[in-house]
Design a protein around this ligand. Structure first.
Ligand code: NDP
Ligand code: GDR
Length: 372
């Protein structure tokens, strides 16, 4: 049987990197679309890079952008993928309030451009498409837990754009008989999660605080609750969705929800540090009440968490908790990781990273001032 070919948009992102690894292990030839940037943006996939001069390559990168339909058409025409995973997006909810038009263009119209590219090339019946939909579609709470049948109520330009992409995917499936599916994925994190999403921000800052590289971190809404899973489990599900008998839409979630405050507490637990939260709203503080590991630079009474209003969103999504029973029953999917495993993986990795930073700093190697 010939090797299957996958095309991944957003290959340089968290999910793109894990999905590439997963598909390569399954024997796929993987093509990824990366954006041109003035600095290298391929950190997460550098270990998969292959010298283009060697034979039998199975991992290829193409320059491209979801805002450029001619580029998408050309790449699809060249690559002739069996499966396309549309993971590219301006994926930060808070940033979408600052860049609503760009977000709509990439996350909403970008999905349409891909669907149209497939149609223009006459490939409707020989390519399967996965659209990275999101639990942000549920927005303002209508019912919990959220299922494939829960009504949507988007609360950000990001979610509004993703709503357009969701329905475009459904519409192309119904209108042109395409194997096009939405994975409605709840939050999933990992050691390579983008640094400005709350989990990674917390694990990085907690590690820095432990090593004395920083005293305190500032967060926004500590009451927000998310259904956090591990990205490794979720990319497997993206693939399973495209192997299903029929094209459908699927909720992928753990079924458990945790507040940002509890996530912070778990991250500090890893360091042997107990926190107490006191005060309300913007006056809330996280204070150290017990320290059981002497190797870290954290002291009793230290105020490690503060609130900064700039992280509050104009409209917030307060509670997400998904019901993935359809995927459990029909596809046999179950996550392998619990939240405790996720916090452990992220803390271990960030503590290591920050230790390296600390050694370099102590050795005088970090400050490269090109302008002196
Ligand atoms: P990341 O932010 O880590 O990655 C996004 C990727 O999209 C990056 O490769 C980025 O490139 C690329 N990208 C951004 N804008 C464009 C553009 N205009 N054209 C082409 N590529 C672009 O996101 P995740 O990996 O976490 O998420 C993957 C997808 O799943 C996204 O669509 C996200 O919205 C969605 N999603 C994510 C969830 C999560 O919890 N992680 C949950 C539900 C949905 P660059 O590296 O150059 O910035
Ligand atoms: P989210 O993820 O908006 O759910 O979108 P994020 O980690 O940014 O926020 C989660 C919750 O934490 C609250 N919060 C903070 N968030 C950030 N980023 N920084 C802070 O300092 C902070 N303090 C509190 C937020 O208000 C929010 O309630 C992610 C993205 O990956 C989307 O692309 C994806 O679609 C959804 O998950 C599912």
């Amino acid at each position: 049987m010939s090797q299957k070919i996958a095309l991944i948009t957003g290959v340089t992102g968290q999910d793109g990197a894990y999905l590439s690894e997963f598909l390569l292990k399954k024997g796929y030839i993987v093509h990824g679309i990366k954006r041109r940037s003035s600095l290298f943006n391929t950190d997460r996939i550098d270990h998969l890079y292959q010298d283009p001069h060697v034979e039998n390559q199975n991992f290829f990168l193409h320059y491209g952008d979801l805002t450029d339909s001619t580029n998408l058409i050309r790449i699809i025409q060249e690559v002739k993928p069996d499966e396309i995973y549309n993971l590219a997006a301006m994926s930060h909810v808070q940033v979408s309030f600052e860049m609503p038009e760009y977000t709509a263009n990439t996350d909403g119209l970008g999905a349409l451009r891909l669907l149209e590219a497939i149609r223009i090339l006459g490939m409707e019946n020989n390519v399967k498409l996965y659209q990275a939909s999101t639990s942000e579609l549920y927005g303002k709470v209508q019912e919990v837990p959220q299922t494939e049948n829960t009504p949507f109520y988007p609360r950000s330009p990001y979610a509004v754009a993703k709503l357009y992409a969701y329905w475009a995917t459904v519409n192309y499936r119904e209108a042109y008989n395409m194997f096009a599916c939405n994975g409605i994925l709840f939050n999933h994190e990992s050691p390579i999660r983008g640094e400005t999403f709350v989990t990674r921000k917390i694990t990085r800052a907690a590690s820095k605080i432990a090593l004395g590289l920083q005293d305190k971190m500032y967060l926004g809404n500590l009451d927000a609750k998310r259904d956090w899973g591990h990205a490794k489990d979720y990319v497997k599900m993206m693939w399973m969705i495209l192997q299903a008998e029929e094209p459908e839409d699927w909720v992928i979630a753990t079924g458990k929800t945790t507040s940002v405050r509890d996530f912070v507490t778990m991250a500090f637990d890893y360091l042997g540090v107990t926190l107490k939260f006191e005060g309300k709203g913007i006056h809330e503080k996280g204070i150290v009440t017990a320290v059981s590991k002497s190797e870290y630079n954290i002291s009793l009474g230290q105020e490690v968490i503060g609130i900064d209003e700039k992280y509050f969103r104009p409209t917030e999504v307060e509670l997400l908790i998904g019901d993935a029973s359809k995927a459990f029953k029909k596809l046999g999917w179950k996550p392998d990781h619990k939240l405790e495993d996720l916090v452990y993986d992220m803390m271990k990795s960030d503590l290591n990273l920050m230790k390296k930073e600390s050694y370099l700093k102590k050795g005088g190697y970090t400050i490269m001032n090109y302008f002196e």
